[in-house]
Write a protein that binds this ligand. Structure first.
Ligand code: D41
Length: 686
């Protein structure tokens, strides 16, 4: 017979084991970014622990992961006086600011050689301080005014990436400082849920993180997937075993990087994008590298931070007012700004797609002045509840087209108007239709619509299609508006005399353009097909079609079933191609092109599924030692492989050369095979 005591003993041991395993899995997930088990398996372990603690309530400890789910709501946050003040950072905005910073540091240290700096991301979240006593999490506070913050212990306890007990020997008191934030995808998901529930949506991940930390009900915070990264420390009391007592200025490790590595070993998440750099030049290199990385990071950053690495040197440099002299934040141009939405107009795309465009009061964002931003489509406007007259958040990330993120509802004026999709095309007057199951409204004018005609020509002239040098947008506008060019075929009948009469055209440029057009009369079949502008047929599908069918006639006369046999061509694409060539007008354009002397090439039909890389998907990144990227791509395609631009789970190989950046990092993250040029050549020959 098993006694109650035995059962309780057994439960205690099992609970301890579960807690240790759960902590380990949290660490693998949040700190190492390398989980060992699935979310479902984690949930099962967690459920087992909850059940044990319910049966034996005395087993539950404050450090148990079950205590993260959040207790009863608080009446208010208590005040916490920081034992060591939380300083602020001075800002720098350009290269000169950084050179001046480095000079101040060298002068301050009377340094002969270049100074070594620890470089970090400047995470766009909220600074908090976490206090551990005897290795256990006991208190958390916001930064507040730097001297006194608010007690957010109950809310911080719900953040799964924050360890409740530290792994390994630690000083008696250890305060860890860092940033709480939300990943962008978690923010989007949160806002979707908020919208669905009719609750307030957040302006950006930072505001959402702030709102979540400021919840008086920790059970709500527990449902928000907040993250934490450590970047510093506050009070440290008592040393490591066998070492001298430590303090904030004399921590257990002598460098900032050493401290971060140690904090990570203790189980604290520390951002992996950190490195040492020497001198101002090294700092600026880091800045440039991170600028390139920014768009691919899963969270927002608003710059980078540089800190003198040697802690003894930090101490000697000291502080001015509230900011250390040893550190500086080097800011990026803000990617978001608010401005007024003056109007919503619509634009007609190449395939007739109607895109609502926001006309904005000019605003400086992402390093440029923005006056227009996309609103994507009608449903988006409805979903975001954007109205004309609203103050809106505009985002311009990297070189991406600026977009309206959300209205600022608190600032909505009484006269704000809803957008109404026009019933007729503003360019050609044809009806605008929107099929029931689609999100995009389209002008039904086809190539009768000057807007569509212009863009069809522009599409055909671009480098990746026929590559007509010197045929720019302004010229196309004139040719279409004068009624001289209706279709692609008309380009090939243009004469020097006609062209010389146009605005901004001299005799010489007219002659050059006629020659440039003429030089495109024998395009490879794939480029010719791409140039036709068939809906859903991008560059790579066009090339696949050329490879599969070998000549233009075969593509034009293919049945839908035959088209479906092309790799990566599904029912929607097959139907679109078939519909295109069934349309007499389109057949006429092709016939006119041929008549005007355009003869697309032919291809040897290859079976792409045969061979070692048949059907395999490649991504090229960085500079290869001997091949250009185009050459490498051609070799891969010739062998039946496919080359795409971005790394995803579907990618089979990433070919990386020098200075490979985020794509290589993504490949490593996803465990995708990475080849160098030699590796690629070996694979092609195998
Ligand atoms: O990522 C950040 N936002 C960040 C903030 C960082 N990487 N390092 C920081 N370092 C400091 C010092 C050098 C003063 C310890 C900081 C901050 N402070 C900071 N965050 C908010 C105010 C100051």
């Amino acid at each position: 017979m098993v006694s109650g005591i035995d059962r309780e003993n057994e439960a205690m041991q099992r609970a301890a084991q579960l807690r240790q395993e759960l902590a380990q899995h949290n660490h693998r997930y949040y700190v190492l970014d390398d989980p060992l088990i699935s979310d479902a398996e984690y949930d099962a372990l967690f459920a087992e622990l909850v059940k044990l603690e319910q049966e034996f309530p005395l087993l539950a400890t404050p450090e148990s992961p079950t205590q993260r789910v959040g207790g009863a709501p608080l009446a208010a946050f208590g005040a916490v006086r920081h034992a060591v003040p939380m300083l602020s950072l001075n800002n720098a905005f350009d290269d000169e600011d950084i050179e001046a910073f480095d000079k101040r540091v060298r002068d301050g240290l009377e340094a002969g050689a270049e100074v070594e700096y620890a470089c970090e991301l400047k995470l766009d979240g909220l600074a908090v301080s976490l206090r551990y006593e005897g290795g256990r999490f006991v208190r958390a506070a916001t930064r507040g005014d730097g001297q006194t913050g608010e007690d957010i212990t109950a809310n911080i306890r719900t953040i799964r990436s924050i360890p409740l007990t530290l792994a390994g020997p630690v000083p008696e008191v250890l305060e860890v400082r860092g940033e709480v934030l939300l990943f962008r995808k978690d923010f989007e998901r949160l806002n979707d849920a908020q919208r669905e529930a009719g609750e307030k949506v957040f302006i950006n991940p930072r505001n959402a993180a702030a709102g979540s930390l400021r919840q008086l009900d920790p059970r709500i915070t527990a449902r928000r997937p907040l993250r934490f990264f450590a970047y510093g420390w506050g009070e440290i009391r008592g040393g490591l075993p066998g070492a001298a007592p430590a303090s904030v200025d004399a921590p257990p490790f002598g460098t900032h990087m050493g401290m971060l590595d140690w904090l990570q070993e203790l189980g604290m998440p520390v951002n992996r994008e950190r490195q040492l750099a020497k001198g101002a030049a090294g700092l600026l290199d880091f800045y440039r590298r991170v600028e390139g990385l920014r768009a691919s990071l899963p969270y927002d950053i608003d710059g980078v931070v540089y800190k003198v690495d040697a802690i003894e040197a930090q101490r000697r440099l000291g502080y001015v007012s509230r900011a250390p002299r040893f550190a500086i934040a080097h800011k990026f141009a803000a990617e978001e700004a608010t401005t007024e939405l003056l109007d919503i107009e619509v634009q007609v795309g190449r395939t007739g797609a109607i895109t609502p465009v926001a006309r904005l009061k000019p605003v400086f964002v992402g390093g440029v002045t923005v006056t227009n931003a996309t609103l994507h489509n009608e449903d988006e406007i409805e979903r975001k509840d954007v109205r004309i007259g609203d103050t809106v958040v505009v985002r311009r990330a990297g070189d991406v087209i600026p977009e309206v993120v959300t209205p600022v509802l608190d600032k909505r004026p009484a006269g704000a108007r809803k957008f109404v999709m026009p019933t007729h095309c503003p360019v050609c007057g044809s009806a605008i239709e929107r099929p029931e199951d689609e999100s995009i409204a389209r002008c039904t004018g086809g190539l009768f619509c000057a807007a569509q005609r212009k863009q069809a020509l522009w599409h055909a002239a671009q480098r990746r299609a026929l590559d007509i040098e010197g045929l720019g947008e302004k010229l196309i506008d004139q040719l279409v508006e004068r009624g001289r060019v209706h279709t692609l075929a008309d380009l090939y009948t243009l004469t020097e005399e006609e062209l010389a009469g146009l605005e901004r055209m001299g005799e010489k440029s007219a002659r050059n353009l006629v020659e440039a057009i003429s030089a495109t009369r024998t395009p490879p079949l794939g480029r010719f097909l791409f140039a036709l502008g068939i809906r859903h047929v991008g560059e790579s599908t066009a090339r696949d079609l050329a490879r599969h069918f070998g000549n233009l006639d075969a593509v034009m006369n293919a049945t839908e079933t035959e088209l479906l046999a092309v790799p990566d061509v599904g029912p929607v694409v097959a139907a679109s191609i078939h519909r295109f060539f069934a349309e007499p007008h389109n057949r006429q354009v092709v016939a006119d092109l041929l008549r005007n002397g355009v003869t697309p090439g032919t291809e040897t039909v290859v079976d792409r599924t045969a061979g070692p890389i048949g059907g395999k998907i490649f991504v090229l990144t960085g500079t290869l030692p001997t091949l250009t990227r185009e050459e490498a791509a051609d070799l891969i395609r010739a062998a039946g492989g496919k080359v795409t631009g971005s790394v995803s789970k579907k990618t089979h190989y990433v070919v990386a050369g020098a200075d490979a950046g985020s794509k290589l990092a993504k490949a490593q993250e996803l465990g995708i095979a990475v080849l160098d040029e030699d590796g690629l050549k070996a694979l092609l020959q195998s």
